[in-house]
Design a binder for this molecule. Structure first.
Ligand code: ZN
Ligand code: FE
Length: 257
């Protein structure tokens, strides 16, 4: 399975999964249809699946137009999002498995950004290979999604699920927010040498207009303050030793950053 990262809207990424053997493709969170149609044309591939992570328009905006071009496409989304996803046909719950090409993904229920948000974790195909996590607006490179419909406790539980995946997992998040996220991260975890180094790398990459997605989950664990509620430095910045309160306070600071 080959993953293509397509830019959409202002700062969204759409991920197109391609299986060359069957000339089929799937797409994660089509913010809009046109970049997807272009890439499908270039690959001469048929769209067989849409995997939505949550109902926000910058994640489902292309569903209808893609359905018109590919009437047989299956649209997968959270069971809890019933009624909010254009064209939804498959209603997924925690632990469900979905297949594309030779890969299988496990569905993780990760409420917080919205009350119904799910992530798709494509399992590694063999030992030592990397899995691929499509996490929408739950985990970002260097940050996490705003809490629109969920509580800090829910988001900590959701991010704990993601944090439990292997370090070599590729993290495919839906927005290019990394530089701003790391600028904030330095204000709460500024003595962290891994974070300092990552900030320099990301600053250089963005100045050349290079994408910072995907990132590696191991890097997120070492540098993303929203996965580090149990680190003394982050707890000190939040003036708390309680994981959920630490997370909530850091998230609040980021909202005002
Ligand atoms: Zn969103
Ligand atoms: Fe979004």
């Amino acid at each position: 399975m080959q993953v293509y990262r397509l830019s959409a809207l202002t700062d969204n990424y759409i991920f197109l999964l391609h299986d060359p053997k069957t000339k089929s493709a799937a797409v994660v969170d089509p913010a809009e249809a046109s970049p997807v149609l272009q890439q499908l044309h270039a690959l001469d591939a048929e769209l067989v699946a849409i995997f939505n992570t949550h109902h926000h328009s910058d994640h489902v905006g292309g569903n209808r137009q893609l359905m018109q071009h590919f009437p047989n496409v299956r649209i997968f989304a959270s069971a809890e999002d019933r009624g909010r996803i254009p064209g939804q046909q498959v209603f997924l719950q925690e632990g469900a498995r979905v297949c594309f090409g030779e890969r299988t993904a496990v569905v993780l229920f990760v409420p917080g950004h919205t009350r119904a948000h799910i992530a798709y974790y494509f399992l590694p195909t063999s030992d030592g290979e990397a899995g691929d996590l499509f996490c929408g607006d739950t985990l970002f490179a260097g940050g996490c999604g705003r809490l629109f419909e969920g509580t800090p406790a829910q988001m900590v539980a959701s991010l704990s699920k993601l944090r439990a995946l292997p370090d070599n997992t590729n993290v495919w998040c839906a927005h290019e927010y990394t530089l701003k996220n790391l600028q904030f991260a330095l204000t709460v975890d500024g003595q962290n040498p891994d974070l300092q180094a990552r900030f320099q790398e990301v600053k250089a990459a963005r100045s050349r207009n290079q994408p910072t997605v995907p990132s590696l989950l191991g890097v997120e664990k070492r540098t993303n303050p929203f996965l580090r509620w149990d680190e003394p430095a982050v707890q000190a910045a939040a003036n708390s030793t309680d994981p959920v309160q630490t997370f909530a306070r850091i998230r609040g600071m980021k909202d005002r950053f």
